[in-house]
Design a protein around this ligand. Structure first.
Ligand code: MBD
Ligand code: FE
Length: 309
């Protein structure tokens, strides 16, 4: 069939009717968004001459993603989670807010309720054969003043790119910790250098990436939520220089300001001073939080989070 069989007017009217524009009740917000969304879907079908077979293949794809509980993976994969960040960045700018550590996506693999400790934590349970990794940093305000009692909630993959709870192979809360900063705003984490994450082989998300000619990999990264009373909660991550996937992250999470360099320590005296017996890697990740104000756009995202048993 040819494309562009329909008039804009006909599509707009049908979308409006389907979204309940003539109906009294319902939720006005849902009606508004549904109407615009349906109109745009109709436009795409008509512009691209989407066949019935193609349409139902797309429905099947969405059903598969839903059955796998994969929407949390699909959303960053098609850049929408990053797009939400870009909008929030712009809203911040217009509200005159800047100067804090930049945000990036949360991703789908956070587990709430990780063990909480003061000042420092060991994140790994000692079973991962990966490289020992010491992360240190300071949480400050925009004036550089330390923020004591900030909660630094860190989570990352193991040396195989797997996340505890999700991969079913690790102890509960392995590589997931909350650290409360000391009076100097500092935190210290001992862990294992993570590997990058790849979408599961049979996932709908990987299938789509293949159809788009893209890969389904993330560079290695470490996730953070950082919160403190009177300050805006920050969702962010850092990556590592030299990573193969650093600038082609399938989830669009990499930001230039969030790339750290791993410092490899091989000097026996330094290894001993760190209380270790083999070479290790270390990195610094300092965090600057912005002040909470009544007019600041909201940064705490309400979304479903699992809690490990
Ligand atoms: C991850 O670890 C992640 O952070 C994102 C955004 C998507 C998939 C896996
Ligand atoms: Fe991740």
């Amino acid at each position: 069939m040819p494309a562009n069989l329909m008039t804009k007017k006909d599509m707009k009217e049908l979308a409006a009717e389907a979204a309940g524009s003539a109906a009294e009740g319902g939720n006005p917000r849902v009606k508004e968004v549904t109407e615009r969304l349906l109109y745009r879907v109709m436009q795409v079908i008509d512009e691209c001459d989407v066949t019935m077979d193609e349409f139902w293949a797309a429905v099947g794809f969405i059903a598969k993603a839903a059955k796998n509980n994969e929407f949390g993976l699909l959303v960053p994969g098609v850049a929408l989670e990053h797009f939400l960040d870009l909008r929030l960045d712009e809203a911040d700018k217009r509200a005159g807010i800047g100067g804090g550590t930049v945000r990036t996506i949360e991703g789908p693999l956070y587990v709430a309720g990780a063990p909480l400790s003061k000042g420092e934590a060991r994140m790994d349970d000692g079973t991962d054969p990966g490289e020992v990794f010491i992360i240190s940093g300071q949480v400050t305000d925009e004036a550089g003043r330390p923020i004591p009692n900030a909660i630094v909630d860190i989570w990352h993959a193991n040396s195989k790119g797997g996340y505890s709870f999700i991969d079913g192979e690790q102890a509960p809360y392995n590589l997931r910790r909350r650290i409360q900063t000391g009076d100097d705003g500092r935190y210290l984490a001992r862990s294992i250098v993570p590997n990058g994450y790849g979408c599961p082989p049979e996932s709908a998300t990987r299938e789509l990436m293949g159809l788009l000619g893209r890969h389904a990999e993330r560079p290695a990264h470490v996730h953070y939520f950082v919160s403190a009373p009177g300050h805006r909660t920050l969702t962010t991550q850092f990556n590592f220089t030299g990573d193969k996937y650093l600038h082609t992250d399938f989830a669009f999470g990499t930001r230039d300001e969030l790339i750290v360099t791993l410092d490899r320590v091989t000097d026996p005296a330094q290894i001993r001073d760190a209380g270790l017996n083999r070479p290790f890697a270390r990195a610094t990740f300092d965090v600057v939080l912005t002040k909470e104000t009544a007019t600041a756009p909201k940064t705490v995202v309400e979304r479903e989070h699992v809690i490990a048993a």
